[in-house]
Design a protein around this ligand. Structure first.
Ligand SMILES: Nc1ncnc2c1ncn2[C@@H]1O[C@H](COP(=O)(O)OP(=O)(O)O)[C@@H](O)[C@H]1O
Ligand SMILES: [Mg+2]
Length: 235
């Protein structure tokens, strides 16, 4: 579904992604794990069109995406849930969800997706008129995910959804990610919480200072001593 071939991304002189290649098959949950500053968000922003690679290719369902504007990429079927949620704090829950569908014209499809989002996140349905800035961190994460789903993506990019959440809520969010995947949405999940990410992923990549240093099935990486010592607290 997605094929990234040897991309290089820079911020000025900083070489943030160094020849990164990665593949995602339709239906998978793929996780990208790595420490703070490794280049995880840079990779998601490059897929979404917020950053342009200096070289390399990004193919989505056979079409070249590198260099396309973010709106085009959303229309092709890729949505991103950004790091730190970034909901529109002064707008209501409902208005934030509506914004997720702003590139769509299929009114009945949009109504269906509102219902799907309410099923996945009953908490959002209870708070439709509430100002988003007054939601808890977990509810804001749900809203950011709901907003991304309102674009009806076939590939959903999630940037550290567990960040700053209490363990119980992290479990809830991961359960919902699995549920979204089971309804047919392919997922690229970026996490520092490697344990949780590997527990739901089919395959994983490890990124260190802009380079992919390991990849395999989630099971293989979870059993690797090197990965366990570096990312799983040695357990
Ligand atoms: N806007 C920016 N300008 C300059 N350097 C940046 C910018 N954003 C990120 N970087 C640098 O690029 C590298 C990768 O950052 P990032 O992709 O945010 O890492 P991660 O998401 O894995 O924590 C880091 O060294 C970071 O300091
Ligand atoms: Mg990041």
């Amino acid at each position: 579904m997605l094929k990234i071939k040897d991309i290089n991304v820079y911020y000025g002189n900083i070489h943030a992604l160094k020849g990164v290649s990665l593949d995602i098959q339709a239906g998978e949950i793929v996780t990208l794990i790595g420490a703070n500053g490794a280049g995880k968000s840079t990779l998601l922003k490059t897929i979404s069109g917020l950053l342009k690679p200096k070289s390399g290719e990004i193919l989505f369902e056979g079409e070249h995406l590198a260099g396309k504007v973010p709106q085009t990429i959303v229309k092709r079927g890729i949505s991103q849930v950004p790091e730190g949620r970034r909901v529109f704090a002064n707008m209501s829950v409902e208005e934030n969800l509506e914004l997720g569908a702003y590139l769509r014209k299929d009114k009945s499809g949009i109504q269906e997706d509102f219902q799907k989002v309410y099923q996945l996140f009953p908490r959002l349905h209870e708070r439709l008129k509430q100002q988003s800035g007054t939601l808890s961190g977990g509810e804001q994460q749900m809203l950011a995910m709901g907003r991304a789903l309102m674009a009806r993506p076939r590939l959903l990019l999630l940037d550290e959804p567990s960040m700053g959440l209490a363990p119980l809520l992290v479990k809830t969010i991961f359960r919902i990610i699995e549920e979204i995947n089971q309804t047919g949405t392919t997922i690229l999940l970026v996490e520092q919480n490697a344990n949780m990410a590997l527990s739901i992923a089919d395959r994983a990549y490890v990124i260190e200072t802009g380079k992919i240093v390991a990849s395999g099935t989630a099971e293989e990486l979870g059993e690797s001593d090197q990965i366990r010592n570096a990312y799983l607290g040695g357990h």
